[in-house]
Design a binder for this molecule. Structure first.
Ligand code: R5P
Length: 295
């Protein structure tokens, strides 16, 4: 029997693409809210004896987690032989340590909640900083898709004479990888975050790169303060208006508009979160990872 692909609301396009690429069957489900705000989920297709794959990217996660976990439970109780989760954006990974007394390491709790309901996980470049590997927070087997190859291909095809720039030390390895694949030089900045929207970056001797097109790359853009601060520094140093690239286009509130207004030449993202800036499809590598998990 073919595995069944179930989309959480908003994830229909990736679910359709995965079904087409992997010859899986799309299975309908209802996910709605009762008038009192509680979630009601229902699997609308026979999944007994079949592997179920739920597709749900997890930006703005607080509204999605409860229905997602209920849907995974419903699939299992309907007889699915296994329940997998494709979550191109994995939330709470930046809350990876107790920064202040009284806080908790949210990444660990969210990882353990999801791990109780699914048998495997596929995600794209989760924010792995102080957590070195997903297995430290997810107890189920997981596959991580890396966007670096697709980002590098886009840069090569679209940016003349690029200089890849990482906004902080954490990004060094990732930016270096993209730069190497794109055959371009790279620089990494020093970032200090003083608050949610208070970010300072320092730029190394950028003057020698004036003939290049700066390409800022980061895994997540949320408030865009990191990128906005970097764009301002680069412009003051006399560099060309940079292309800003992110894997995960979270873009809180007016962040996208703010970044364009700050002088970004273009804003480009991968399609892990649906957004106007999506220009790079990761369906093919995500499908490869799902295929492996379904074997
Ligand atoms: C940081 O740890 C991440 O890699 C990004 O640099 C960060 O999430 C960007 O956040 P924001 O857009 O809010 O500055």
């Amino acid at each position: 029997m073919k595995p069944a692909v179930i989309a959480m609301p908003g994830n229909e396009q990736l679910a359709d693409e995965l079904a087409a690429v992997l010859s899986l069957e799309r299975a309908a489900a209802t996910v709605r809210r009762f008038p009192d705000g509680e979630s009601h989920v229902r699997i609308e297709a026979p999944v007994a004896g079949r592997a179920a794959v739920i597709v749900c990217t997890l930006d703005r996660p607080d509204d999605k987690l409860v229905p997602l976990l209920l849907l995974a439970a419903a699939a299992r109780e309907s007889g699915a032989s296994s329940v997998g989760l494709v979550a191109p954006y994995l939330p709470y990974m930046r809350q990876d340590r107790q920064f202040h007394p009284g806080e908790t390491i949210s990444a660990q709790h969210v990882g353990s909640w999801i791990s109780r309901y699914v048998d495997w996980l596929v995600s794209v470049d989760p924010h792995l900083h102080r957590i070195a590997d997903l297995s430290q927070v997810y107890s189920v087997p997981s596959s991580v898709v890396h966007a670096a190859g697709s980002v590098a291909t886009w840069v090569k095809a679209n940016v003349p004479n690029p200089l890849l720039i990482g906004p902080d030390e954490e990004s060094a390895q990732w930016v270096g990888d993209v730069a190497q694949r794109a055959g371009a030089p790279f620089a990494v900045l020093t970032k200090t975050r003083h608050g949610d929207r208070d970010v300072k970056v320092s730029v190394p001797e950028v003057e020698r790169w004036r003939s290049h097109t700066p390409v800022l790359v980061d895994d997540i853009v949320s408030t865009a303060r990191t990128m906005i601060e970097t764009v301002s520094h680069l412009r003051r140093a006399g560099l060309a208006a940079p292309v800003c690239m992110a894997v995960h286009a979270v873009f809180a509130q007016t962040a996208f508009e703010d970044l364009l207004a700050a002088g970004a030449a273009d804003v480009v993202s991968c399609d892990t979160i649906r957004h106007a800036s999506n220009r790079i499809s990761l369906t093919a590598p995500v499908a490869d990872a799902v295929r492996t998990r379904l074997r």
